[in-house]
Design a protein around this ligand. Structure first.
Ligand code: SF4
Length: 750
């Protein structure tokens, strides 16, 4: 597939360039060379028009794959239409170190792994067993290729942009579209260009670039955009450093981020055994980069342009509770004091899919070595989560784990663990206020250890390591000294690292299971009494009537991420069981009317109860309901459970000030009506015991506003208007009851 892709690339790009008759950015080259149908591409408007694409491959992680594959099984196909892979990484609990944790994961999650393995075997999907590693690291090491396009059922899929790929996080229903050979639809993204000048030095690393960008653009600043990095600074970064930046681009809401093909990518491809791809990419180098005119006049061709001088960039620490609260390390003391964040750091954690490259591990290890040289030990706990078995193997072989052990470091399994609330941390159930610092990407409340009072900060692996040694959030390794075991004031020398392992990656048993050539005889077993897996039933079609008298379920106040809507941690175990996981719907969201989580008014009983209980009460009474929210509703992960749960619980519409892209699409795909207030102040008009009508649904059409009537309890009615972003296809999803219902219908009729 990759060989054919490169053989055809020059021809395709030349045709696209002829159509446009202007220079093209890298993203445009990749997007337009992956169209599902040839359209009049020149007339397509960025940020406005929906376009159908044909991605090259799909990746799914175990938590989202369960629901994606349960949906795929309903579609009536024999094989997946494009190469796909499933990665067992999210369900492994970090507790006592890799060996014990792996043993326990294999027992606890056995039925889920068996289910995924059998579905993969049946439908021709590559299966990466538990322990093989984290989805994005495995993709970078094995599948990503410059100029390609992939989607993944995980919001950090853009990690592959580090190898020059347009890689986009989606919900499972999108993956089902592509696996069934259908088009995959996306609003044509706008383009943000970020020129990196200079070269990193000292304590600063690639992570600090994205921490800085997150501070500049905030969690929603990249929404609907592809971020393209270029400039001498970009070329000076390692391929894995680029991947870190693209990975964490999800934290600014970007559709994806990307770097043009360069020597660092060639080096990484060679090192990971993909010489042939490097040679083919080299031949196509000019097609795998933006045209030179884009670099010389970026504002003419891009929707937004930013320049950063990385020679002057300071290490940053972002957080707590949001990844865009960026503070340069020299200002931490003042910020910690001003905000009264707990200074003492209880744990430092490095690794994850974001930051566990050889370069990251070797730089963190050099911090440890430098600290040991001046007789320092670590004041905080120190944990390491390797991104893959490949990385774990070389880090151990090259002596880095031995160094970490000397400061009490503990190596967790090659899995997500503390990055997704899967850290069974001693004492976290006591909800004590405390600080941790990690090199992951997200730090929303409860995401590290389930404790809402854990203040999680994000930094580079080398800064995390230095802070874990100091035990203080205010420690600035560039300027500060620490007292060593001999009572002397000492400094930790600057870290140094290696881009790639000098001894190579080596040959290992990587945990991959090749699917059966013909899987027609493979049985998929789901126990009838399973608590974790449940076959799906199609959602009902829209009955053609307006929605009337729907009680407000919850008006969510402030930040409402997918973690608030459908929590991870404990709930990960129900990701294949829609009925059971629906018991976590909106339990993390704050009720606008009482500032409490998971306590809302039941309009039938006039008593307060949990969100899922009230939703189930309405559902049992045959009543639908409405959810309201504020800005960037559903930011964070791609998990479609956050969209399937409200659909299952009979929530008919979600009306918010604005949506995060993936969540809005997920809701649309499941048949939940997604609306935004045309006047954002109307959010405040919704009262706790309102009944809501949504009218003119019969005339539901692209660009036409809908009317929402708020029936207040005193008999007063208030009419407001709501916008929507549905196109014709998406309206058809709504009418059919879900996108999958529409796929099934069209498959039946062909
Ligand atoms: S961001 Fe965290 S939870 Fe997501 S894939 Fe990476 S390690 Fe796993």
């Amino acid at each position: 597939m990759v060989r054919t892709f490169y053989n055809e690339l020059a021809d395709k790009i030349n045709k696209i360039k002829d159509s446009f008759n202007r220079p093209l950015t890298l993203s445009e080259k990749i997007l337009y060379s992956h169209l599902y149908n040839n359209k009049n591409i020149v007339s397509l408007r960025r940020g406005v028009d929906y376009v159908d694409f044909a991605p090259d491959r799909i990746a799914m992680q175990d938590a989202t794959a369960q629901m994606a594959l349960l949906q795929f099984m309903m579609a009536g196909e024999n094989r997946t239409s494009v190469p796909a892979s499933v990665h067992c990484d999210h369900l492994i609990m970090a507790k006592s170190g890799a060996p014990e944790d792996m043993k326990s994961a294999l027992i606890t999650n056995r039925e889920v792994y068996d289910f995924l393995s059998s579905v993969c075997n049946k439908y021709g999907i590559g299966f990466w067993r538990p322990g093989a590693g984290i989805i994005h690291q495995i993709i970078l090491e094995n599948y990503a290729f410059p100029g390609g396009m992939m989607i993944g059922t995980d919001s950090h899929t853009p990690n592959a942009g580090g190898l020059g790929m347009v890689a986009i996080g989606v919900g499972g229903a999108d993956a089902v579209d592509v696996m069934t050979g259908m088009e995959w639809e996306l609003k044509l993204p706008k383009l943000i260009g970020i020129k990196l000048n200079g070269k990193l030095n000292g304590w600063t690393s690639a992570k600090d670039i994205i921490l800085k960008v997150a501070g500049l653009l905030t969690v929603s600043g990249g929404t609907g955009c592809i971020v393209e990095y270029f400039g001498e600074g970009a070329e000076s970064l390692s391929c894995t450093g680029k991947a870190t930046i693209c990975n964490m681009g999800a934290e600014i809401g970007a559709t994806c981020s990307i770097f043009g093909y360069d020597d660092s990518m060639a080096r990484y491809l060679f090192a990971t055994g993909r010489k042939e791809i490097a040679v083919l990419a080299d031949k196509n180098r000019k097609h795998l980069n933006s045209d030179p005119e884009i670099f010389s006049d970026p504002t003419k061709y891009l929707d937004r342009f930013i320049e950063i001088n990385i020679s002057d960039l300071e290490p940053h620490i972002n957080g707590p509770f949001t990844p865009d609260l960026a503070t340069p390390v020299s200002r931490m003391k003042a910020e910690v004091e001003k905000n009264k964040w707990p200074v003492k750091v209880d744990a430092g954690l490095i690794g994850s899919c974001t930051n566990s490259s050889y370069e990251d591990i070797s730089r963190a290890a050099s911090v440890v070595k430098n600290a040991l040289n001046v007789r320092l030990t670590a004041k905080s706990e120190f944990k390491i989560t390797p991104g893959s078995e490949q990385i774990r193997y070389i880090a151990e072989r090259d002596g880095y784990f031995k160094l970490f052990e000397k400061i009490g470091g503990e190596v967790f399994a090659n899995a997500c663990g503390p990055c997704i609330g899967q850290w069974d941390r001693k004492g976290s159930d006591q909800n004590l206020v405390n600080t941790v610092i990690h090199s992951f990407n997200r730090n929303f409340a409860k995401r590290t250890d389930g404790n809402p009072n854990t203040h999680a900060f994000v930094a580079s692996p080398e800064i995390v390591t230095a802070i874990a040694i100091s035990g203080k959030l205010t420690f600035n390794p560039i300027t500060d000294t620490l007292l060593n075991s001999e009572g002397k004031e000492v400094k930790i020398a600057e870290p140094v690292g290696l881009e790639l392992p000098p001894q190579g990656f080596g040959k290992i048993e990587n945990g991959y299971q090749e699917p059966e050539k013909n899987g027609s005889d493979v049985d998929i077993i789901i126990a009838s009494d399973s608590e974790r897996l449940q076959p799906l039933k199609p959602f009902k079609e829209w009955d053609g009537s307006d929605f009337s008298n729907l009680p407000l379920l919850i008006k969510a106040k402030g930040k409402c991420t997918t973690d608030h809507i459908s929590m991870a941690g404990f709930w990960l175990k129900y990701r294949g069981h829609l009925e059971n996981i629906s018991d976590n719907y909106m339990i993390g969201a704050v009720n606008y009317f009482n500032d409490k989580t998971n306590l809302i008014l039941n309009q039938l009983t006039h008593k307060y109860d949990t969100v899922p209980s009230v939703a189930r009460a309405y559902k049992s009474a045959g009543i639908g309901s409405v959810v309201a929210g504020e800005e960037n509703f559903g930011e964070g992960s791609s998990r479609e459970h956050a969209a399937m749960e409200p659909r299952y619980l009979n929530v008919k519409a979600v009306i918010v000030k604005s949506f995060a892209r993936i969540h809005e699409t997920n809701l649309k795909k499941q048949g939940v009506l997604t609306l935004t207030f045309s006047n954002k102040e109307d959010y405040y008009k919704i009262k706790e015991n309102d009944k809501i009508d949504i009218t003119v649904l019969k005339e539901f059409s692209p660009g036409k506003q809908l009317t929402v009537v708020l029936n207040h309890p005193d008999g007063e009615k208030e009419k407001i208007t709501a916008n929507h972003s549905y196109n014709e296809t998406q309206i058809a999803w709504f009418k059919a009851g879900s996108a999958l219902n529409l796929i099934r219908k069209s498959k039946k009729s062909t």
